[in-house]
Design a protein around this ligand. Structure first.
Ligand code: DUC
Ligand code: ZN
Ligand code: ZN
Length: 478
């Protein structure tokens, strides 16, 4: 197996940084050494097959994006990134692992849903991938099948308190699924918004002629998120199920999570770049010659963007610092404006929900380091180490240490990244939700299990490089 030495860089992990060389043998990191180490009389740089000079750069574990939706059928269409295009875009941005959501639809068997996801992904991915399981139909058969998920390497399942008639579970179904979660250790992941109440508000808005994309966020008010988050916490408290709330956007929902954690509950939360950087006010102000106010559809996602005046974004950065929120995923669910988002012209309820960010998460969060919001180590922790540990991948992923998979990103703090279509954009979308964002940093080199897949602004990997990851239980629970 080829050997590679990464020299001269600053190795950054969640616990610190040091000047060190990293030795890779085949797919694995075998040593982290003092710079210029001589091993058994050999100058290592002459003994290896390849040397990568990382002088002046950060050497970090590859990003782990624990929330993506490649090819998800949703809102009358399907997410526009395939596993091939989406994982390649992820690699471009320094993410070397995704955990995507396999779907059990209403009436379908859980294991059939999982098998369908394997079929979509196998042989197509640029980077390693795992699956969570969406349970879209909680019934006796699914509850039984869930007990077999861990054997399949799936240690988490997601329920929806939103989307009645699609993925929605009522409280009785949630309670039963959480009992299985408490019994097995599978993590319950929750989309926490009160869907039935939201649907009433949305209908009232449309009937009042308020059909623009902005009203999507008005219908999905923060009270809907706070209430559902609280309900999920109490059901988790009652059953003893570990709970992970996805795409937290409202500061009041964070307060619920912090309260539960302070009470000693195994409750966790993720946020996404859109809830750190984007706002409802910007969506309201969005307008273009092509789309008019429908321009705002570019940022229709659920949970929705929140008001800057109400301080949600500020609170979210603060929560990342204080660990009230533990990690950042993307909820990557891309749709094109033409032929997809435009299904909702004249009725915001028909706009497919989702934003594409899998390519930009590492850069966007690094900008938080530059802006003084988080430390370098915390950047690595919330984008790589914690996601790996939360979902049973730590040791292989999320860290630079001997024995770990050689998923390594060389990040140049002196580099620059201009985000946008025609600049850095490899996601299969006809627009970027991040158009115009300028990042003081750059992903230079990306290694996936020892193979360089991105180098000097070139993609040099191949479809099928990525392998399925069987995951264990969350390492926050054992
Ligand atoms: N939210 C989105 O924005 N898209 C996909 C599903 C979800 O919950
Ligand atoms: Zn969701
Ligand atoms: Zn999602």
């Amino acid at each position: 197996m080829p050997t590679t030495l990464i020299t001269g860089g600053t190795v950054v992990t969640s616990t610190g940084r040091s000047e060190a060389d990293v030795l890779v043998d085949g797919e694995t990191i075998v040593a982290v050494l003092a710079p210029g180490s001589v091993l058994l009389g050999n100058d290592l740089s002459t003994a290896v097959d390849a040397v990568i000079d990382a002088t002046g750069k950060y050497v970090i574990p590859g990003g782990v994006d624990a929330h993506t939706h490649m090819e998800l059928p949703f809102g009358g269409t399907a997410a526009s990134d395939t596993f091939e295009t989406g994982t390649r875009a992820a690699a471009w941005g320094g993410t070397t692992t995704i955990i995507d959501f396999a779907v059990q639809t209403y009436g379908q068997k859980v294991m059939d849903g999982l098998a369908a996801w394997h079929q979509k992904a196998e042989g197509n991915c640029a980077i390693d991938y795992g699956f969570h399981q969406i349970i879209g139909d909680v019934n006796d058969d699914s509850l039984q099948a869930m007990r077999g998920l861990l054997d399949e390497g799936v240690s988490s399942f997601k329920l929806f308190m939103a989307y009645p008639g699609v993925f929605y579970s009522d409280d009785a179904q949630i309670l039963k699924a959480m009992q299985v979660s408490a019994d097995t250790g599978l993590m319950t992941m929750m989309h926490a918004e009160n869907g039935p109440a939201i649907d009433v508000l949305a209908q009232q808005l449309v009937e009042a002629g308020k059909t623009d994309p902005y009203y999507h966020g008005m219908a999905r008010a923060w009270q809907m998120e706070e209430e559902a988050t609280h309900r999920a916490i109490m059901l988790s408290n009652l059953t003893g199920a570990p709970l992970y709330v996805v795409h937290v956007s409202a500061k009041q929902a964070v307060e619920q999570l912090a309260w539960a954690r302070d009470n000693g509950q195994n409750v966790f939360g993720e946020t996404c770049p859109q809830y750190l950087y984007l706002s409802l006010e910007e969506q309201l102000g969005a307008s273009s010659d092509e789309w008019g106010a429908f321009e705002g559809a570019k940022w229709v996602c659920s949970t929705p963007l929140r008001s800057k005046a109400e301080g949600h974004q500020h609170h979210m950065w603060q929560s990342l610092r204080t660990n009230d929120i533990q990690m950042v995923s993307t909820d990557h669910c891309p749709f094109c404006m033409k032929g997809q988002k435009d299904l909702g012209l004249g009725d915001f309820r028909k706009i497919p929900n989702g934003i594409g960010s899998v390519e930009h998460r590492m850069d966007l969060l690094y900008q938080g380091v530059v802006d003084g919001q988080i430390s370098l180590e915390r950047w690595v922790e919330i984008t790589s180490t914690t996601p790996a540990r939360m979902f049973g991948l730590y040791g292989r992923k999320g860290v630079i240490q001997p024995g770990a998979d050689a998923d390594i990103v060389i990040y140049d703090p002196e580099g620059h990244t201009s985000i946008g279509v025609g600049k850095t954009h490899h996601m299969n979308m006809d627009y970027s939700a991040w158009e115009g964002f300028e990042i003081d940093g750059h992903v230079d080199t990306v290694m996936s299990r020892g193979k360089v897949v991105v180098d000097d602004n070139q993609y040099v990997g191949a479809k099928g490089d990525g392998r399925y990851l069987k995951r264990g239980l969350s390492q926050y629970l054992i």
